[in-house]
Design a binder for this molecule. Sequence first.
Ligand SMILES: CC(C)(COP(=O)(O)OP(=O)(O)OC[C@H]1O[C@@H](n2cnc3c(N)ncnc32)[C@H](O)[C@@H]1OP(=O)(O)O)[C@@H](O)C(=O)NCCC(=O)NCCS
Length: 320
Amino acid sequence: MPITTPAGPAGARIVSLGHYQPDYVVTNHDLIARGVETDDEWIKSRVGIAERRFAQHESLLDMAEAASSKAIANSGIPASDIDLVILATCTQLFAVPNGSAELAHRLGITSPGAYDLNAACAGFAYAVAAASSAIMTGQARNVLVVGAEKLSDWLDFTDRTTCIIFADGAGAAVITASDEIGIGPVVWGSDGANATAISTRPETHALIQDGQTVYRWATSTVGGVALEACERAGVRPDELAAFVPHQANLRIIDMVAKKLGATNAAIARDIVTSGNTSSASIPIAWSKMLERGEIPSGRPVLIVGFGAGLTYAGQVVLSP
Ligand SMILES: CC(C)(COP(=O)(O)OP(=O)(O)OC[C@H]1O[C@@H](n2cnc3c(N)ncnc32)[C@H](O)[C@@H]1OP(=O)(O)O)[C@@H](O)C(=O)NCCC(=O)NCCS
C-alpha cells in the first residue's frame, strides 16, 4: 500500500539572521595577563585574532536564545509558526537532554520537531541543508537554525596552541518555503581518518588539536568545496556578493578566498575580533555584515563550514 506524503514548495530561503556575542572582550594581552605564554604578534600573524569574547554569565542556551530572538524578530514570522528547530553545537556539557527542545520552549515555539546536530564547525551549513530538505519535502514550513557554542568551557588555558583560537557566541537563521530556490545544493563530506586531529578529552574536559594537520587539510580541501558549491548552484564565483567561510583562521580564509576568485564578494573576516566560535562563526559574521549593509538582499552568498570530524559543508544561498 503506498504511503502518502505532502507536496513540498519549489524552494526554501533564508528570511533573516540574528546573532549574540557576550560583552566580555578578551584581548591577546589579556590572555598573557592570565598567564598564557604567547604574544600578540604571534597570534595575529599565525591566526589573525586580536580579541575574542568569552561568556561569563551566559550559558550556551542563553546565547542561542538571544540570537534566535533577534532572527525571529527580523523574520516577521511569529515564533508560534516555527515547526522545526535545529541547534548545531558541539559544546553542550552533557548529551541528554538535547538543547533544541529547551531552546524552543524558551522562545515560545510550541511542540516543534527539535534536534541537536553535531558537525562541529561545519554544523551551521549542515543544519541549513537539513532545514532546506525538510521544507522542500513538505516536512516543515518554518525552520529555526541555530549555531551556538561555548568553547570556553572546553579550553585548557595551559595549552597555548588552542586557548588563543576559540571563543563563544551564537547565530541563528529563520528559513521558510519559497517559490524560488534560495538555498543551493550542499557539498558536504568528511574525513574520519583524521578524527583525532581535533577532539575533546573526557577526563580533562579539554579540546586538543593537531594544528598542522588541520591547517594542511583545510587549505587543501576547502577551496575545492567552495568552487564545487558554486558550480552546483550555477553561480560563478565572480557573481557572489559575499563569501562567508567558517572563521577558523585568517590565513585559511584568505587562501581559500584567493583560490575561489570571488573578485566582487565581500569576504567575512570576523575572526579578527571574534575568534573561532565553531558552528556559530558563519551566522555571526554574516549577521554582522547584513547589519552593516554589506550584502544586498537577494544576492548569492557562499557559506562553507569545516572542522572537527573532520567534516565540511558548503552551499550558495540568497541573502535575506
Ligand atoms: C595552530 C596554528 C596557528 C599553529 O601554527 P604553526 O605554525 O603550525 O605552529 P607550530 O605548532 O608548528 O609551532 C610553531 C612554534 O610556535 C610556538 N607556539 C605555538 N603556539 C603558540 C602561541 N600561542 N604563542 C606563541 N608561540 C606559540 C610553538 O611552541 C612552536 O615553537 P618552537 O618552534 O620553538 O617549537 C596552525 O597550525 C593553524 O592555524 N592550524 C589550523 C588550526 C585551525 O584552524 N583550527 C580550527 C579548525 S576549525
